[in-house]
Design a protein around this ligand. Structure first.
Ligand code: PLP
Length: 404
Protein backbone atom coordinates (compact mmCIF):
# COMPACT_ATOMS: atom_id res chain seq x y z
CA UNK A 1 0.00 0.00 0.00
CA UNK A 2 1.28 3.43 -0.82
CA UNK A 3 2.46 5.78 1.88
CA UNK A 4 2.52 9.53 1.86
CA UNK A 5 5.41 11.86 2.60
CA UNK A 6 4.54 12.59 6.21
CA UNK A 7 6.79 15.62 6.29
CA UNK A 8 3.96 17.46 4.56
CA UNK A 9 1.76 16.87 7.60
CA UNK A 10 4.23 18.76 9.77
CA UNK A 11 3.76 21.99 7.83
CA UNK A 12 1.94 24.52 9.99
CA UNK A 13 -1.59 25.70 9.11
CA UNK A 14 -2.30 27.29 5.79
CA UNK A 15 0.06 29.28 3.64
CA UNK A 16 0.43 32.96 4.60
CA UNK A 17 -1.20 34.37 1.48
CA UNK A 18 -4.23 32.07 1.62
CA UNK A 19 -4.89 33.24 5.19
CA UNK A 20 -4.70 36.84 4.01
CA UNK A 21 -7.05 36.14 1.09
CA UNK A 22 -9.59 34.54 3.44
CA UNK A 23 -9.53 37.51 5.79
CA UNK A 24 -9.89 40.03 2.95
CA UNK A 25 -12.72 38.03 1.35
CA UNK A 26 -14.59 37.88 4.65
CA UNK A 27 -14.15 41.64 5.14
CA UNK A 28 -15.33 42.55 1.64
CA UNK A 29 -18.32 40.20 1.91
CA UNK A 30 -19.36 42.00 5.12
CA UNK A 31 -18.50 45.48 3.76
CA UNK A 32 -19.27 45.43 0.03
CA UNK A 33 -19.14 49.22 -0.34
CA UNK A 34 -15.55 49.56 0.93
CA UNK A 35 -12.83 49.90 -1.63
CA UNK A 36 -9.77 47.84 -0.71
CA UNK A 37 -6.26 48.88 -1.76
CA UNK A 38 -3.77 46.03 -1.91
CA UNK A 39 -0.20 46.79 -0.96
CA UNK A 40 0.45 43.28 0.24
CA UNK A 41 1.14 40.67 -2.37
CA UNK A 42 4.55 40.49 -4.01
CA UNK A 43 3.22 40.26 -7.57
CA UNK A 44 3.97 42.88 -10.19
CA UNK A 45 1.15 44.84 -11.81
CA UNK A 46 2.63 46.53 -14.90
CA UNK A 47 2.22 44.66 -18.22
CA UNK A 48 5.18 43.08 -20.01
CA UNK A 49 7.37 45.64 -21.77
CA UNK A 50 6.52 46.31 -25.47
CA UNK A 51 9.78 44.77 -26.73
CA UNK A 52 9.03 41.60 -24.76
CA UNK A 53 5.53 41.41 -26.26
CA UNK A 54 6.87 41.93 -29.81
CA UNK A 55 9.45 39.20 -29.25
CA UNK A 56 6.81 36.83 -27.91
CA UNK A 57 4.67 37.39 -31.02
CA UNK A 58 7.52 36.69 -33.41
CA UNK A 59 8.66 33.64 -31.40
CA UNK A 60 5.12 32.26 -31.58
CA UNK A 61 5.17 32.76 -35.36
CA UNK A 62 8.42 30.79 -35.54
CA UNK A 63 6.63 27.83 -33.98
CA UNK A 64 4.19 27.79 -36.95
CA UNK A 65 6.67 26.67 -39.57
CA UNK A 66 8.71 23.45 -39.75
CA UNK A 67 11.92 25.38 -40.55
CA UNK A 68 11.80 27.54 -37.43
CA UNK A 69 9.83 25.31 -35.04
CA UNK A 70 11.45 24.48 -31.67
CA UNK A 71 10.73 21.35 -29.64
CA UNK A 72 12.35 20.43 -26.32
CA UNK A 73 14.75 23.13 -25.19
CA UNK A 74 18.37 22.16 -24.41
CA UNK A 75 18.86 21.05 -20.77
CA UNK A 76 20.72 24.16 -19.67
CA UNK A 77 18.55 26.49 -21.77
CA UNK A 78 19.23 28.21 -25.10
CA UNK A 79 22.70 29.59 -25.62
CA UNK A 80 21.40 32.95 -26.88
CA UNK A 81 19.86 33.58 -23.45
CA UNK A 82 22.70 32.16 -21.37
CA UNK A 83 25.23 34.27 -23.33
CA UNK A 84 23.16 37.42 -22.77
CA UNK A 85 23.01 36.63 -19.05
CA UNK A 86 26.77 36.11 -18.82
CA UNK A 87 27.50 39.39 -20.60
CA UNK A 88 24.99 41.51 -18.75
CA UNK A 89 24.67 40.03 -15.28
CA UNK A 90 28.17 38.69 -14.69
CA UNK A 91 30.94 40.03 -17.00
CA UNK A 92 29.71 43.59 -16.53
CA UNK A 93 29.95 43.09 -12.76
CA UNK A 94 33.46 41.63 -12.98
CA UNK A 95 32.13 38.19 -12.05
CA UNK A 96 33.66 35.09 -13.62
CA UNK A 97 30.72 32.92 -14.67
CA UNK A 98 30.56 30.87 -17.90
CA UNK A 99 27.45 30.27 -20.01
CA UNK A 100 27.51 26.54 -19.23
CA UNK A 101 27.28 27.28 -15.51
CA UNK A 102 23.83 28.81 -16.01
CA UNK A 103 20.70 26.65 -15.88
CA UNK A 104 17.58 28.34 -17.29
CA UNK A 105 14.38 27.48 -15.45
CA UNK A 106 10.76 28.42 -15.00
CA UNK A 107 11.55 30.64 -12.02
CA UNK A 108 13.39 31.06 -8.75
CA UNK A 109 10.57 29.59 -6.69
CA UNK A 110 10.86 26.16 -8.33
CA UNK A 111 14.64 26.30 -8.21
CA UNK A 112 14.78 27.37 -4.56
CA UNK A 113 12.58 24.39 -3.70
CA UNK A 114 14.10 21.86 -6.09
CA UNK A 115 17.74 22.63 -5.29
CA UNK A 116 17.32 20.62 -2.10
CA UNK A 117 17.13 17.45 -4.25
CA UNK A 118 20.91 17.42 -4.68
CA UNK A 119 21.64 17.66 -0.95
CA UNK A 120 21.46 14.97 1.71
CA UNK A 121 18.56 15.07 4.12
CA UNK A 122 21.16 15.21 6.91
CA UNK A 123 22.30 18.75 6.09
CA UNK A 124 21.42 21.45 8.57
CA UNK A 125 20.11 24.67 7.06
CA UNK A 126 20.49 28.24 8.27
CA UNK A 127 18.04 30.92 7.18
CA UNK A 128 17.63 34.64 7.62
CA UNK A 129 14.72 35.34 9.95
CA UNK A 130 12.48 36.79 8.55
CA UNK A 131 12.71 35.66 4.93
CA UNK A 132 10.78 34.37 1.89
CA UNK A 133 9.06 31.28 3.38
CA UNK A 134 9.78 28.89 0.50
CA UNK A 135 13.27 27.90 1.72
CA UNK A 136 12.10 26.61 5.08
CA UNK A 137 8.86 25.10 3.79
CA UNK A 138 10.56 23.09 1.04
CA UNK A 139 13.24 21.87 3.45
CA UNK A 140 10.45 20.85 5.82
CA UNK A 141 8.82 18.88 2.99
CA UNK A 142 12.14 17.12 2.42
CA UNK A 143 12.41 16.18 6.11
CA UNK A 144 15.41 18.36 6.88
CA UNK A 145 13.93 20.70 9.50
CA UNK A 146 12.95 18.47 12.45
CA UNK A 147 9.69 19.17 14.26
CA UNK A 148 7.60 22.34 14.15
CA UNK A 149 7.48 23.96 17.60
CA UNK A 150 4.15 25.74 17.61
CA UNK A 151 4.83 27.88 20.70
CA UNK A 152 8.06 29.25 19.22
CA UNK A 153 6.84 29.21 15.60
CA UNK A 154 10.17 27.59 14.72
CA UNK A 155 11.47 24.28 13.41
CA UNK A 156 13.63 22.34 15.84
CA UNK A 157 16.43 21.57 13.35
CA UNK A 158 16.83 24.94 11.61
CA UNK A 159 19.39 27.60 12.47
CA UNK A 160 17.49 30.90 12.49
CA UNK A 161 19.63 33.98 11.95
CA UNK A 162 17.66 36.91 13.35
CA UNK A 163 17.66 40.00 11.13
CA UNK A 164 16.46 42.70 13.48
CA UNK A 165 16.66 46.46 13.83
CA UNK A 166 19.75 45.96 16.05
CA UNK A 167 21.61 44.28 13.15
CA UNK A 168 20.21 46.58 10.44
CA UNK A 169 18.09 43.62 9.33
CA UNK A 170 21.20 41.66 8.29
CA UNK A 171 22.17 38.26 9.71
CA UNK A 172 25.24 37.68 11.86
CA UNK A 173 27.46 34.62 11.38
CA UNK A 174 25.73 31.79 13.26
CA UNK A 175 27.21 30.29 16.42
CA UNK A 176 26.28 26.78 15.34
CA UNK A 177 27.86 25.70 12.04
CA UNK A 178 25.32 25.12 9.24
CA UNK A 179 25.78 23.01 6.09
CA UNK A 180 23.50 25.05 3.81
CA UNK A 181 23.09 28.79 4.25
CA UNK A 182 20.23 30.62 2.55
CA UNK A 183 20.89 34.31 1.98
CA UNK A 184 18.42 36.59 0.21
CA UNK A 185 19.54 40.12 -0.71
CA UNK A 186 17.89 42.49 -1.37
CA UNK A 187 15.72 40.78 1.19
CA UNK A 188 12.10 39.83 0.98
CA UNK A 189 10.38 40.95 3.24
CA UNK A 190 12.61 43.55 4.95
CA UNK A 191 14.05 45.18 1.80
CA UNK A 192 17.45 45.16 3.53
CA UNK A 193 20.79 44.61 1.80
CA UNK A 194 24.35 43.86 2.83
CA UNK A 195 27.51 45.47 1.47
CA UNK A 196 30.05 43.68 -0.66
CA UNK A 197 32.45 43.51 2.31
CA UNK A 198 29.75 41.94 4.47
CA UNK A 199 28.90 39.40 1.77
CA UNK A 200 32.62 38.63 1.40
CA UNK A 201 32.64 37.70 5.09
CA UNK A 202 29.89 35.14 4.42
CA UNK A 203 31.79 33.70 1.45
CA UNK A 204 34.96 33.40 3.53
CA UNK A 205 33.01 31.79 6.35
CA UNK A 206 31.30 29.26 4.03
CA UNK A 207 34.63 28.29 2.46
CA UNK A 208 36.17 27.91 5.92
CA UNK A 209 33.45 25.68 7.40
CA UNK A 210 32.62 23.80 4.18
CA UNK A 211 29.09 25.15 3.86
CA UNK A 212 27.24 26.04 0.67
CA UNK A 213 25.47 29.39 0.30
CA UNK A 214 22.26 29.52 -1.70
CA UNK A 215 22.11 33.17 -2.65
CA UNK A 216 18.72 34.44 -3.82
CA UNK A 217 19.19 37.62 -5.86
CA UNK A 218 15.64 37.82 -7.23
CA UNK A 219 15.52 41.57 -6.46
CA UNK A 220 18.96 42.45 -7.82
CA UNK A 221 17.51 44.89 -10.36
CA UNK A 222 16.23 47.15 -7.56
CA UNK A 223 19.67 47.87 -6.12
CA UNK A 224 20.38 51.59 -6.22
CA UNK A 225 23.31 51.93 -3.82
CA UNK A 226 26.92 51.61 -4.99
CA UNK A 227 28.35 49.34 -2.31
CA UNK A 228 25.60 46.69 -2.58
CA UNK A 229 26.67 43.65 -4.63
CA UNK A 230 24.47 42.57 -7.54
CA UNK A 231 25.75 38.99 -7.50
CA UNK A 232 27.58 36.87 -4.94
CA UNK A 233 30.21 36.15 -7.60
CA UNK A 234 31.52 39.69 -7.15
CA UNK A 235 33.09 38.20 -4.01
CA UNK A 236 36.38 36.36 -4.15
CA UNK A 237 36.06 32.64 -3.51
CA UNK A 238 32.31 32.48 -4.21
CA UNK A 239 32.86 29.99 -7.04
CA UNK A 240 33.76 27.31 -4.50
CA UNK A 241 30.87 27.87 -2.10
CA UNK A 242 27.86 29.57 -3.72
CA UNK A 243 24.83 28.84 -5.85
CA UNK A 244 22.87 31.86 -7.09
CA UNK A 245 19.15 32.05 -7.87
CA UNK A 246 17.81 34.67 -10.27
CA UNK A 247 14.39 35.52 -11.61
CA UNK A 248 12.83 37.54 -14.42
CA UNK A 249 9.70 38.04 -12.31
CA UNK A 250 10.42 41.30 -10.55
CA UNK A 251 12.87 42.93 -12.98
CA UNK A 252 10.80 42.33 -16.11
CA UNK A 253 7.30 41.31 -15.04
CA UNK A 254 7.56 37.56 -15.82
CA UNK A 255 5.60 36.42 -12.73
CA UNK A 256 2.93 34.90 -14.97
CA UNK A 257 5.20 34.14 -17.91
CA UNK A 258 7.77 32.26 -15.75
CA UNK A 259 11.50 32.53 -16.30
CA UNK A 260 14.52 32.35 -14.04
CA UNK A 261 17.91 30.71 -13.76
CA UNK A 262 20.30 29.13 -11.31
CA UNK A 263 24.07 29.49 -11.42
CA UNK A 264 26.24 26.60 -10.24
CA UNK A 265 29.98 27.16 -10.80
CA UNK A 266 31.93 24.05 -11.74
CA UNK A 267 34.37 24.70 -8.86
CA UNK A 268 31.66 24.01 -6.29
CA UNK A 269 32.34 20.47 -5.04
CA UNK A 270 31.60 17.97 -2.32
CA UNK A 271 34.75 15.81 -2.34
CA UNK A 272 35.29 14.97 -6.02
CA UNK A 273 31.66 15.51 -7.04
CA UNK A 274 30.66 18.81 -8.61
CA UNK A 275 27.22 20.11 -7.68
CA UNK A 276 27.02 21.20 -11.32
CA UNK A 277 27.04 17.56 -12.44
CA UNK A 278 24.28 16.68 -9.97
CA UNK A 279 22.04 19.59 -10.97
CA UNK A 280 22.72 18.88 -14.66
CA UNK A 281 21.49 15.33 -14.09
CA UNK A 282 18.46 16.55 -12.19
CA UNK A 283 17.72 19.30 -14.65
CA UNK A 284 17.90 16.88 -17.58
CA UNK A 285 15.47 14.46 -16.00
CA UNK A 286 13.19 16.46 -13.74
CA UNK A 287 12.87 19.07 -16.44
CA UNK A 288 11.76 22.46 -15.22
CA UNK A 289 13.08 24.57 -18.04
CA UNK A 290 11.28 27.37 -19.85
CA UNK A 291 9.83 27.11 -23.38
CA UNK A 292 11.70 28.55 -26.39
CA UNK A 293 9.16 31.36 -26.72
CA UNK A 294 9.73 32.50 -23.14
CA UNK A 295 13.51 32.24 -23.39
CA UNK A 296 13.38 34.48 -26.49
CA UNK A 297 11.29 36.95 -24.51
CA UNK A 298 13.86 36.80 -21.70
CA UNK A 299 16.69 37.59 -24.12
CA UNK A 300 14.72 40.65 -25.28
CA UNK A 301 15.01 42.03 -21.73
CA UNK A 302 18.79 42.30 -22.26
CA UNK A 303 18.53 44.36 -25.46
CA UNK A 304 19.02 48.12 -25.25
CA UNK A 305 15.31 48.68 -25.65
CA UNK A 306 14.51 45.95 -23.13
CA UNK A 307 16.82 47.48 -20.54
CA UNK A 308 15.29 50.90 -21.08
CA UNK A 309 11.68 49.69 -20.89
CA UNK A 310 12.13 47.39 -17.89
CA UNK A 311 14.27 50.05 -16.20
CA UNK A 312 11.31 52.43 -16.48
CA UNK A 313 9.07 49.85 -14.81
CA UNK A 314 11.48 49.44 -11.91
CA UNK A 315 11.69 53.24 -11.58
CA UNK A 316 7.88 53.34 -11.44
CA UNK A 317 7.77 50.81 -8.59
CA UNK A 318 10.57 52.58 -6.77
CA UNK A 319 8.66 55.86 -6.96
CA UNK A 320 5.89 54.00 -5.12
CA UNK A 321 8.43 52.73 -2.60
CA UNK A 322 9.57 56.29 -1.96
CA UNK A 323 5.96 57.43 -1.55
CA UNK A 324 5.35 54.70 1.03
CA UNK A 325 8.61 55.30 2.89
CA UNK A 326 8.16 59.06 3.11
CA UNK A 327 4.44 58.83 3.85
CA UNK A 328 4.97 56.37 6.70
CA UNK A 329 7.85 58.36 8.14
CA UNK A 330 5.78 61.54 8.16
CA UNK A 331 3.01 59.61 9.95
CA UNK A 332 5.51 58.69 12.67
CA UNK A 333 6.17 55.06 11.75
CA UNK A 334 9.57 53.40 12.10
CA UNK A 335 10.38 52.13 8.61
CA UNK A 336 13.22 50.57 6.64
CA UNK A 337 13.83 49.00 3.21
CA UNK A 338 12.40 50.59 0.07
CA UNK A 339 15.73 51.89 -1.26
CA UNK A 340 17.24 48.80 -2.90
CA UNK A 341 14.06 46.73 -2.92
CA UNK A 342 10.34 47.11 -3.63
CA UNK A 343 9.56 46.20 0.00
CA UNK A 344 8.98 48.52 2.94
CA UNK A 345 9.26 47.07 6.42
CA UNK A 346 7.53 48.88 9.22
CA UNK A 347 7.40 48.41 12.94
CA UNK A 348 3.83 48.01 14.11
CA UNK A 349 2.73 50.86 16.39
CA UNK A 350 1.61 50.49 20.01
CA UNK A 351 3.11 47.02 20.37
CA UNK A 352 0.45 45.53 18.09
CA UNK A 353 1.22 42.04 16.80
CA UNK A 354 1.66 41.70 13.06
CA UNK A 355 -1.81 40.20 12.64
CA UNK A 356 -3.44 42.81 14.90
CA UNK A 357 -1.94 45.50 12.70
CA UNK A 358 -3.14 43.64 9.59
CA UNK A 359 -6.73 43.72 10.91
CA UNK A 360 -6.38 47.35 12.01
CA UNK A 361 -5.15 48.47 8.60
CA UNK A 362 -7.78 46.42 6.76
CA UNK A 363 -10.66 47.67 8.87
CA UNK A 364 -9.65 51.29 9.47
CA UNK A 365 -7.90 52.17 6.21
CA UNK A 366 -9.09 49.34 3.90
CA UNK A 367 -5.46 48.73 3.01
CA UNK A 368 -4.05 45.21 2.77
CA UNK A 369 -0.44 44.48 3.70
CA UNK A 370 1.44 41.40 4.86
CA UNK A 371 2.05 40.49 8.52
CA UNK A 372 5.77 40.23 9.24
CA UNK A 373 5.31 37.16 11.42
CA UNK A 374 4.43 35.20 8.28
CA UNK A 375 8.09 35.40 7.26
CA UNK A 376 9.61 34.02 10.46
CA UNK A 377 9.51 34.48 14.23
CA UNK A 378 11.66 37.65 14.16
CA UNK A 379 9.09 39.23 11.84
CA UNK A 380 6.60 39.45 14.72
CA UNK A 381 5.75 43.08 15.44
CA UNK A 382 6.57 44.07 11.85
CA UNK A 383 4.60 44.53 8.67
CA UNK A 384 5.46 44.53 4.95
CA UNK A 385 4.11 46.90 2.33
CA UNK A 386 5.02 46.48 -1.32
CA UNK A 387 5.64 48.96 -4.11
CA UNK A 388 3.86 46.92 -6.80
CA UNK A 389 0.52 48.76 -6.74
CA UNK A 390 -0.39 51.59 -9.08
CA UNK A 391 1.04 54.99 -8.19
CA UNK A 392 -2.46 56.44 -7.74
CA UNK A 393 -3.50 53.69 -5.33
CA UNK A 394 -0.22 53.92 -3.46
CA UNK A 395 -0.75 57.64 -2.90
CA UNK A 396 -4.36 57.03 -1.81
CA UNK A 397 -3.36 54.21 0.54
CA UNK A 398 -0.80 56.45 2.21
CA UNK A 399 -3.33 59.25 2.57
CA UNK A 400 -5.62 56.82 4.36
CA UNK A 401 -2.83 55.55 6.63
CA UNK A 402 -1.71 59.09 7.47
CA UNK A 403 -5.31 59.99 8.38
CA UNK A 404 -5.59 57.18 10.98
N1 PLP B 1 12.84 34.59 -4.37
C1 PLP B 1 12.30 35.56 -3.63
C2 PLP B 1 13.12 36.16 -2.55
C3 PLP B 1 11.01 36.00 -3.86
O1 PLP B 1 10.48 36.95 -3.09
C4 PLP B 1 10.25 35.42 -4.90
C5 PLP B 1 8.87 35.82 -5.18
O2 PLP B 1 8.24 36.57 -4.52
C6 PLP B 1 10.85 34.42 -5.65
C7 PLP B 1 12.13 34.02 -5.37
C8 PLP B 1 10.07 33.73 -6.72
O3 PLP B 1 10.52 34.08 -7.96
P1 PLP B 1 9.88 33.44 -9.26
O4 PLP B 1 8.68 34.24 -9.62
O5 PLP B 1 10.98 33.53 -10.27
O6 PLP B 1 9.55 32.03 -8.96
Amino acid sequence: MFQINENYLKLPGSYLFSTIAKKVNAYTAANPSKEIIRLGIGDVTLPLAPVVIDTLHSAVDEMASAETFHGYAPDLGYEFLRNAIVEHDYKKRGADIAADEIFISDGAKSDSGNIGDIFSVNNKIAVCDPVYPVYVDTNAMAGRTGEYLVDQQKWSNVIYMPCTAETNFAPELPKETPDIIYLCFPNNPTGSTITKDELQRWVDYANKVGAVIIYDAAYEAYISEENVPHTIYECEGARTCAIELRSFSKNAGFTGTRLGFTVIPKDLKSGDVTLHSLWARRHGTKFNGAPYIIQRAGAAVYTEEGQKQTGEQIAYYMKNAKTILEGLKSAGYTVSGGVNAPYIWLKTPDKMTSWEFFDYLLEKANVVGTPGSGFGPSGEGYFRLTAFGSYENTVRALERIKAL
